[in-house]
Design a protein. Sequence first.
Length: 155
Amino acid sequence: MSRIADSNLFDAMSHLFNIPESIEKFMIHSRSNDTNENNGAGNIATDILDSPKEYIFYMDVPGLCKSDIQVTVEDQNTLVIKSGGKRKREEGEEEGCKYIRLERRAPQKLLRKFRLPENANVSAITAKCENGVLTVVVEKHPPPPKAKKVEVAVS
């Protein structure tokens, strides 16, 4: 599907489900990310909270520890979250042990990119991983001061 068709589909779905326009500012359409690095990578389901002072990203990353996850900024405004996604299976303590059922999937290689808005302070980003949830906080730059009205006397 072409980029134009992707864009038209997103616009139609946004209108149909009344998705707020503010969400689109974080979207980086998957077609623009087709690189060898992305092949076979799974997406991380993400909730994004826009608060007055910061943007907060919440991602479920079960089975991963903080050392498996990389959070970086590319091209000055693209937040990149990736992981190798390897989970070791517990081995039986005794010889001759074997699994009789394997239902838990090992995490895939994860990769997610978000275009940050202009007011994002990329030098003030923090991330923590607790209980299988990755939380990334991106502080906002303070809003510019409002223009003051100055009366000038006409002579």
